[in-house]
Ligand binder design. Sequence first.
Ligand SMILES: Cc1cc2nc3c(=O)[nH]c(=O)nc-3n(C[C@H](O)[C@H](O)[C@H](O)COP(=O)(O)OP(=O)(O)OC[C@H]3O[C@@H](n4cnc5c(N)ncnc54)[C@H](O)[C@@H]3O)c2cc1C
Length: 467
Amino acid sequence: MKRIAVVGGGISGVTAAWQLARERAAGRAVEWVLYEAGARLGGTVETERRSGFVMECGPDSWVTEKPWARELAAELGLEDEVVASNDAIRRTYLLWGGRLVALPGAMRMMVPVDLEAIADSPLFSEDARRAYMQEPERAAELKATALPEGRDESVASFVRRHFGDEVTRTVAAPLLAGVFGGDVETLSVRAVMEPFVRLEQQYGSLILALRERATKVKGPKKSVFTTLKSGLGTFVEAMQREIPPQMVRLREPVEAIARIGGRWQLKSSRGAEEFDAVFVATPAHVTRRLLEPLDAEAAELVKLEASSAVVAALAFDAERARGMEIPEGFGYLVPPQTAGEDSLLACTFVNQKFGHRAPEGGVLLRAFFGNRAAGTLMAASDEEVISRAREQMALALGELPQPTHALVRRWPFSLPQYAVGHLDRMRALEERVARLPGLRLLGNAYYGVGLPGLMHEARKAAEEALG
Ligand SMILES: Cc1cc2nc3c(=O)[nH]c(=O)nc-3n(C[C@H](O)[C@H](O)[C@H](O)COP(=O)(O)OP(=O)(O)OC[C@H]3O[C@@H](n4cnc5c(N)ncnc54)[C@H](O)[C@@H]3O)c2cc1C
């Protein structure tokens, strides 16, 4: 009987434990313990459902292009739950000079497929428009100077080479802040935008590359985002049902991991236990602490900056929502260069982005605070956070009524920042960890923060541990 410890019950740890349950059901001789410090499983994946509102406390969807979340949904019998984002009204706004201005349509992040849309946009000066128009003409030069294999640079430096400084600040900075809570000047382009790096190598011009790819795509367009009707928490609930409860230890943080006589010994608040293998699926700052006594160099390589996030969801029933004027689209971003200390980074028009999120006529809005604002709000009361969210949203959407329901979640150090050189660090880390037989690192500190990738890695770890 192989014994495995899974440390951390976020989506990574739960998926690993669920895969082990599947393996065991298929006759493999394995048992495990899933240790979770908190009182519930799911980590940042959490859904609250109130009077027909589906309120996501953390992630709200996954990127459709990545197949693994959908595959997992199918295996859990959740096909009927899978829904696409309402891409017919997919539009993102910037809070720009005190009003909401739509980002040009037909853009993939900061790269337009249709240059005409740029010509009409009030977001850009003549210089920025010219930079966009000239990028396709510079294809040969950009290909010759493309980022060489094995080298890295910041997202800002990559975007500047293609479109100049204004586009970097106006479009790239808010997009990456809104997703990663991150700073374009420090984020690694290889770690967070690898597909664009490959397109640059192949085509030089990113605009030409996207245009050519658009002509090759056959059949109906896929939506950009996918989710579950009843919320992503359904993933966790469905997997938890298949994991025998005696193998889950809630409120039991792992305090130390040691290698003793060829086995792994884990110390928790309830004592010590031995295992043949251990999956460490905790946030980077905890993983670092657990690794320190095992391999100080490996621990050093897990030393990443991480942003904190504070989320406030405000739900308005049909009566209160009457008179609210929310523009058509998925939400808006606040460019970091114009954001004040109190600013939210992104606001999602949840009931417009996805169906099944609000009862008929209801409106669900969600504010995402990061960086400095998250720092100060982390210690604020729920009432203060909700009132700050309402004030901030009012700057873009006009006065808002009192919400019918509201929730606040604080996620300290939840979004690791992949700085320039991240992938080299990860290669070095893999080499160190390979010397610790049976130990595996899972979670969002390494090769992506998106749910599909985390699910995929966790399932692979469980399969590989059983040979
Ligand atoms: C606000 C927000 C919005 C996001 N939106 C999206 C999105 O829309 N789509 C998307 O794909 N991704 C999104 N992400 C990213 C994604 O949600 C995360 O990367 C992912 O959920 C992380 O999962 P994880 O299992 O690696 O870690 P976590 O969810 O952080 O789980 C780690 C677990 O370890 C536990 N733990 C800590 N210390 C110990 C210990 N000593 N012993 C035992 N257990 C311990 C914690 O309690 C926690 O439950 C978002 C993230 C945030 C914060």
